[in-house]
Design a protein around this ligand. Sequence first.
Ligand SMILES: Cc1cc2nc3c(=O)[nH]c(=O)nc-3n(C[C@H](O)[C@H](O)[C@H](O)COP(=O)(O)OP(=O)(O)OC[C@H]3O[C@@H](n4cnc5c(N)ncnc54)[C@H](O)[C@@H]3O)c2cc1C
Length: 371
Amino acid sequence: MRRLVLLGGGHAHVKVLADLALRPLAGWDVHLVSPYRRQIYSGMLPGWVAGHYPIESCAIAIERLAAKAGLRFHETAGVGIEPDRRVLACADGTRLSFDRLSVDTGPLPAIGDLPGSAVHALPIRPIEDFVAAWPGLVERIRSRCRRFDLVVLGAGAAGVELAFAIRQRALAEAWSHVFVTLAGTGELPLEGSPIGLRRRVAHLLAQRGIAWRGRHRACAIEAGRIVLEQGPPLAFDTCWVVTGAAAPDWARASGVATDAQGFIRVDRTLQSVSHPWILAAGDVAAYADPRTKSGVYAVRAGPVLAANLRALCEGRAPVEWTPQTRALYLLSTGNRYALAAWGRWFLEGDWIWRWKDRIDRRFVRQSTDAA
Ligand SMILES: Cc1cc2nc3c(=O)[nH]c(=O)nc-3n(C[C@H](O)[C@H](O)[C@H](O)COP(=O)(O)OP(=O)(O)OC[C@H]3O[C@@H](n4cnc5c(N)ncnc54)[C@H](O)[C@@H]3O)c2cc1C
């Protein structure tokens, strides 16, 4: 029997698992390697911070999904690939040989050039570590009588949503001593987005009582303060680091072809350009048609990855995929209100939040129901 190993339980692999649960792959022994038994859906994480959802509502039970699909589940992380020998090394010492490998491990937090951030601050990824740190944060906030500064460092879509979310939570819990600051390198939040949207988000931040600190490029994090390239340091009691996506070191170290940042280069069939028996999708992949790192593209890659793994394992030709050029972004502002951005256009309203809420819940429910 030949062996297919799925590394990581990301968005695309959730689709692969659902596909395998419907139709097992004859003649293949399939394994899933993931450090966690569940996959927390990042799109709902700000809603969890805001207090709209319990964490269980944001989680997909990937271990259960794997069991339903007849896979063997390994609760560990992949730490190295020997692509020519076709061996995956895992953190628990397991060495899994494979005939085909599919990688969907997502990104690491981009903290490589931010010394001290893993010690003195809380990176948003791994999301499970962020979630595990929550009770300690609540305890610290509740036991503090004087001002408590929470700084969200990184003003992309995730940082913006988290700043709105924690502000909402502070209002809901009557934590009037909690002050939320969002800091980013641009003049306005959401660098790279259309100017109208950026101005509107800056306005909404001010309206919600969130301090915006633009042109703040952090170079290190020390106990209680962010050291900036220019100007005095920014003090904090808690700092969340949401500075973007970085590639795992093991990808480049394995000798598999990667792009300049270390993400695995794949062709339009999602096969590695150097080792076609290895496939990759989601944020860990550098697509032939480059796209921003985003859950939208990871989800869209899922059915293609499922179809191509099946085709290749059954000896058929894989299909080519060109990701859509634009994606719809739904950005919640914490108070059950959201903005929808499509290219240069955006709309806002509480109905957009209800729309996002329905889409997010449906994604988790459908993935969970497959288990
Ligand atoms: C707060 C927040 C909100 C966001 N909201 C949105 C949004 O609304 N829309 C959107 O499009 N994008 C959003 N994003 C971005 C989105 O989270 C990512 O683009 C998306 O998660 C990428 O999906 P993925 O499948 O590549 O990886 P992930 O979803 O990160 O999944 C990877 C999985 O692999 C596991 N893993 C990691 N390393 C290893 C390893 N070495 N071995 C085995 N398993 C491993 C992880 O534990 C995880 O379960 C948001 C991000 C954040 C942080």
